[in-house]
Design a protein around this ligand. Structure first.
Ligand code: DSN
Length: 421
């Protein structure tokens, strides 16, 4: 395993215990079908930048305005990252320092609200993210968070969002989701926000790569502020970004990220973000995103042909939420059994789920990672059949052999499309 590229003496890690864990993780990634909708495979170049000497550098502040000397080289990397991400999303200002999506969201709250302020976010059980107001998080504890959700058809209930906005007069409305497979109407959200004088904050963590490719609506012309992670459909290193077209808000956000929420930025990670943004600017990335969407639609369609329900009836992005209520498996069992069969995904609540979040009645599947490995429509249709075979036979006689057979098929598929070779 010498792909790291940062030192070439073949001794990347003398620490055998840790190195063995890393090597095993590489093998796991190579040999399993990865359907976790929030995961992807960053390029070797991105991983090389992540493992570089910039990890040694403190650079509190922003390019040309640092609290430490010796920042000229990391300034170059951060400026490249900012310039590239602004070009990607067609926006004027970007902060590329958030260590994660959660840190990015916390920074936006810190910039735009005070403790006790009210905001609207999509409920966790309805497809929203933890940081969109769920009670165990700062977003739900330090602010008065009001949840909106989806209707019986599994679609965002915009009339209800309008009603809640009028009733609660929020300071901010947060649009975006972790498990919602349909296009979000950002224009409508902005109209609702304007009608009550609220900020519109959009979190596109899941959809960012598709937004870049023009395959999912861009919130940039509607939102006051946009956040994202960099490692999902955008296929970069783990991390967060915050974007805006408003100069005043951009300044508030910079102060909120540092010194408000974070200390020193992780400059190796910012260098890796710059590399990933460069990759996403290339025409090949649009081709990749097109495949992600085609593959996702094909997988959902095939699952439906097999008799399973997809929440909201279809997908318009890289992910689908599969409703398992017709089968005798919970989301928890399904994700465990599929892992045994060589397919990783996660349990996921379905709208109005009767089971607790630790069990759930659904799973969430996504196409971003295996599309990076060049799986096409026929491979994704095969994966849908494999999922159905495992879940519909769970607990029946001969099940263990059948699951083993699927494991073999998964391995064969993976070996046909090598990763990091
Ligand atoms: N936990 C991520 C996801 O799986 O959607 C979001 O941060």
């Amino acid at each position: 395993m010498t792909f790291n590229g940062y030192f070439s003496d073949g001794n990347e890690l003398a620490d055998k215990e840790v190195f063995d864990a890393i090597r095993s993780e590489l093998t796991r990634q190579q040999d399993q079908i990865e359907l976790i909708a929030s995961e992807n495979f960053a390029s070797k170049e991105v991983i090389a930048a992540l493992g570089c000497v910039m990890t040694n550098k403190y650079a509190e502040g922003y390019p040309s305005r640092r609290y430490y000397s010796g920042c000229s080289c990391v300034d170059v990397a951060e400026n490249i990252a900012i310039e590239r991400v602004c070009k990607l999303f067609n926006c004027k200002y970007a902060n590329v320092q958030p260590h994660s999506g959660a840190q990015a969201n916390l920074s936006v709250f810190y910039a735009l609200m005070s403790p006790g302020d009210t905001f609207l976010g999509m409920g966790l059980d309805m497809g929203g993210h933890l940081t969109h107001g769920a009670t165990p998080t700062i977003s739900g504890k330090w602010f008065k968070s009001i949840s909106y959700g989806i209707n019986e058809d599994g679609l965002i209930d915009y009339d209800n969002v309008q009603k809640l906005a009028e009733e609660h007069n929020p300071k901010l409305i947060l649009a975006g989701a972790s498990s919602y497979s349909r296009k979000i109407d950002f224009k409508r959200f902005r109209e609702i926000a304007d009608s009550v004088g609220a900020y519109l904050f959009v979190d596109i963590a899941h959809y960012a790569g598709l937004v870049v490719a023009g395959l999912y609506p861009s919130p940039m012309e509607h939102a006051h502020v946009v956040s994202s992670t960099t490692h999902k459909t955008l296929r970069g290193p783990r991390g967060g970004i915050i974007l805006t077209n408003d100069e005043v808000l951009a300044k508030k956000i910079n102060s909120a990220v540092f010194p408000g929420v974070q200390g020193g930025p992780q400059m190796h990670s910012i260098a890796a973000k710059a590399v990933a943004f460069g990759e996403a600017l290339r025409p090949e990335f649009k081709e990749y995103a097109k495949k992600v969407l085609e593959n996702s639609i094909a997988m959902a369609k095939r699952l439906k042909e097999n008799g399973l329900d997809i929440v909201s009836g279809k997908t318009e992005c890289h992910m689908s939420i599969v409703d398992l209520t017709k089968l005798s498996v919970t989301g928890k069992i399904a994700s465990l059994e599929l892992e045994e069969a060589g397919i990783t995904c996660n349990k996921n609540a379905i709208p109005f789920d009767k089971l607790p979040p630790t069990k759930t009645s659904g799973i969430r599947i996504g196409s971003a990672a295996m599309s990076t490995r060049n799986f096409g429509v026929s491979e994704f249709q095969k994966i849908a059949d494999m999922i159905y075979t495992v879940l519909s036979n769970y607990g029946k006689s001969g099940y263990d052999d059948l699951r083993q057979r699927v494991r073999g098929e998964a391995l064969e598929l993976c070996r046909a499309y090598p990763l990091y070779k």
